[in-house]
Write a protein that binds this ligand. Structure first.
Ligand code: GAL
Length: 312
């Protein structure tokens, strides 16, 4: 494979072996000089009922030193074809995020686990000793006894971790503080954007403040992104509006947020990661990655056909 030197959103993106990257609804962990990209491995047929979905296969892991060339490390968490198991094929496994716990030395994955009709609405957790896994699935919960669908995990500089998820039938975002080992909820949580139907949350810290980028709720169809700022991960959150500018700002450049990655060694440089879903053929959903900048104290996203992380 010819090494890649630019990111070209919306194009087919292949790994170092030439296979199309399957890491949808994903997130990136930077650990000991290596980026690990985890996401939904959707290389199967799209089933049209009750909602467009692909049978659970697992969570992929890819590694890279430059954010451009990605080596497939295999399935970090595999589906389990056993009746009653959360990860059986006919379930839904979405938006996996992996964080590293400095105290325990373990890698912790949270993901949205659901039934095919999205009625199960839980968060599933798995742990591993190394970034590529294999992850051991510990089970799923309704955090704080509440629904959990689109979600992310954020680790603050002090090591505190937060589970951020669409709850109350997707009407409200909940932010739960996780236990010291990151595998459980603590009962400490806050509500944000009540009855505003925010989804696909991504959280990051910039200049001592916390920023969230999210989507609205329209299934696989894109909608305008939204953003907000807060003095603590728990809030209070102040809305900052749609961070996108230019053509297609109204559809987040035909994509939906999944993660905001701080670029290692470049303070103030961030990559906005999003999915351009193809509900007819979900495995052909593409990736939209754009530089995230700040303008007048707000995150700003503009389309760029081709760019390199070196330019950030
Ligand atoms: C979206 C959500 C995706 C997926 C989809 C299913 O709203 O962000 O992760 O769950 O709905 O229709």
């Amino acid at each position: 494979m010819v090494p890649r030197d630019t990111i070209r959103s919306g194009e087919v993106w292949s790994d170092t072996e030439g296979r199309v990257i399957q890491a949808h609804g994903g997130g990136i962990l930077f650990h000991e000089g290596v980026y690990y990209w985890y996401g939904e491995y959707k290389d199967g047929p799209t089933r049209r009922s009750p909602v467009d979905r692909v049978d659970v296969i697992g969570v992929s892991c890819y590694s890279s030193l430059d954010l451009l060339n990605w080596k497939f490390e295999g399935l970090a968490l595999k589906g389990v074809d056993r009746p009653g198991h959360d990860l059986r094929p006919e379930m839904v496994l979405e938006r996996p995020k992996v964080v590293f716990n400095r105290k325990t030395g373990k890698f912790v994955m949270w993901a949205h686990i659901d039934s095919a009709d999205y009625g199960y609405a839980r968060g599933g957790v798995a742990v591993a000793d190394s970034p590529a896994g294999p992850f051991t699935y510990l089970g799923s919960v309704r955090p704080e006894g509440r629904m959990c669908r689109d979600m992310t995990v954020f680790v603050d500089d002090d090591g505190s971790a937060y589970h951020v998820y669409a709850s109350e039938n997707n009407a409200t975002i909940l932010i739960s503080k996780l236990s010291e080992d990151y595998t459980a909820h603590t009962g400490v949580y806050a509500k944000a954007f009540e009855n505003k139907f925010w989804e696909a949350p991504a959280l990051f810290k910039h200049g001592g403040r916390y920023y969230m980028i999210a989507s609205g709720q329209s299934g696989w169809a894109p909608n305008p992104a939204r953003s907000a700022v807060a003095p603590t991960p728990m809030g209070p959150w102040t809305e900052l509006g749609n961070p996108c500018a230019g053509g297609k700002a109204g559809t987040t450049f035909d994509s939906q947020s999944t993660h905001v990655l701080p670029v290692a060694g470049r303070p103030g440089a961030y990559v906005f990661m999003a999915d351009r879903w193809n509900p007819q053929n979900l495995r052909d959903s593409r990736y939209v990655w754009l530089p995230l900048r700040f303008a007048e104290g707000k995150p700003k996203l503009e389309w760029i056909d081709s760019w390199s992380p070196d330019q950030l």
